[in-house]
Design a protein. Structure first.
Length: 405
């Protein structure tokens, strides 16, 4: 897959006079519950909490899977909430379900006009003994995008013994606004694959993913399941996850598929800015629009966002990178140089704890590139930047300012 990550066109800015106390940003005006059920074994309850301080309703849509008793969308009763109220409902009580076994996914939406009021949600799916698993409601724009490959790791299949229960792994694929083609790869010795397609707002379950893919019988452990978007639908949303089910006591867990680069250009773990990606690295071959240093007294300043705590490794790329130098400057009262500097065309920077930066708020930095004293003074000098980081980063700019390093 092409991983040439280009510059971000828009700058995300924020300011506050308080202290950041947030944990996970999961409030939204539209939330997705990836899996729900109403069967003879499992029942799903949904917990919804109003988070904007305004009385209103939340609509509930159940999209029953193609592998369920009555596939297709179901319009469910709305959930009325008072300011800051939390309420528990069940799939069976909230939605009109025919006799049979039902599974699929739920979308919860703010019913206000405009639909901008936020709420939280999660679900708990339990068996007849009250054993089960919880799934958080996910803001719908945070799921299923980015590169066309994601993984569920560490799944297994096991026959019951005197000391261990029987385990079975079931995997699911779903779509949202767009049709999507997919392939599921089971890496178990030799690769085994399943391919299919979904129309918008459909889901399909594969009971016992090993048997579904034709993996020979036997116990399996620590298997990776890969999900690929194929056939020109890489930009579509693919909702993918597995549940590892205990067939002895009917417990289960939930494992959503994860990718390295989501559909968020502000959090690129491998950033190749103004240069071309080849194989598994950022090259010295620059894009036609790559910025340049025009003379010995002008530097280029680019806005860079980091998500502490993290480590970021950046280097200049281009045929004349050795004629340049770069440094990282933290925005704030001191504008301190925190990495790089004179005669350096690469750096490794550890942000330190989050609390050490602007009272816990993620903040911007300046990545500055200028002419290296003693370099070849033939101008202009084009360049690009390669960065690797754990939490992702982006560059926005640059702008020309006087060189002071």
């Amino acid at each position: 897959m092409n991983r040439v990550w280009l510059a971000v066109a828009a700058l995300a800015c924020s300011s506050s006079t308080g202290v950041a106390f947030g944990q996970v940003s999961a409030a939204g005006s539209t939330l997705l519950i990836p899996v729900v059920a109403s069967t003879s074994t499992y029942t799903t309850e949904l917990i919804v909490k109003e988070a904007s301080g305004t009385a209103r309703s939340v609509t509930m849509e159940f999209y029953e899977a193609e592998t369920s008793s009555t596939p297709g969308p179901k319009a469910c009763a709305a959930i009325s909430l008072n300011p800051w109220e939390g309420k528990t409902v069940t799939l069976a009580a909230q939605c009109p379900l025919a006799p049979g076994s039902h599974h699929g996914f739920v979308i919860l939406r703010d019913a206000s006009v405009p639909a901008t009021k936020r709420f939280y949600a999660f679900s708990r799916t339990v068996n007849f003994n009250g054993i089960g698993f919880a799934v958080d409601g996910i803001p719908i724009g945070h799921i299923g995008g980015g590169e066309g490959y994601a993984e569920v790791i560490g799944v297994k299949k096991q026959t019951a013994t005197q000391s261990t229960p029987e385990y079975q792994t079931n995997c699911f694929v779903g779509s949202l606004d767009d049709a999507v083609n997919y392939t599921i790869d089971i890496y178990e010795g030799s690769p085994y694959s399943i391919s299919g397609s979904l129309q918008p707002y459909q889901m399909r379950r594969y009971l016992d993913i090993y048997a579904s893919a034709g993996v020979p019988p036997g116990n399996r452990s620590n298997t990776t399941i890969g999900f690929r978007k194929t056939g020109g639908t890489e930009a579509a949303t693919l909702l993918a996850f597995c549940t590892v089910q205990d067939n002895t006591f009917f417990g289960a867990d939930f494992r959503i598929a994860k990718n390295q680069h989501g559909a968020d250009p502000t959090r690129m773990r491998s950033l190749c800015w103004a240069a071309q990606w080849s194989g598994n690295s950022c090259t010295d071959t620059l894009q036609s629009w790559a910025p340049s240093i025009p003379n010995a007294v002008t530097k280029q300043r680019t806005l860079m966002h980091l998500y502490a705590p993290d480590t970021v490794v950046c280097s200049l790329v281009g045929s004349r990178k050795n004629d340049l130098e770069l440094r990282l400057v933290r925005l704030g009262p001191s504008f301190a140089v925190v990495a790089g500097g004179n005669d350096q065309h690469s750096f490794t920077f550890n942000t330190g704890p989050r609390s050490a930066i602007t009272s816990g708020w993620h903040t911007d930095h300046h990545l500055e590139v200028g002419f290296r004293e003693g370099g070849n003074a033939t101008f202009p000098i084009q360049y690009g930047v390669s960065c690797e980081s754990g939490n992702g980063t982006y560059l926005d700019g640059p702008m020309s300012v006087s060189d002071d390093f």
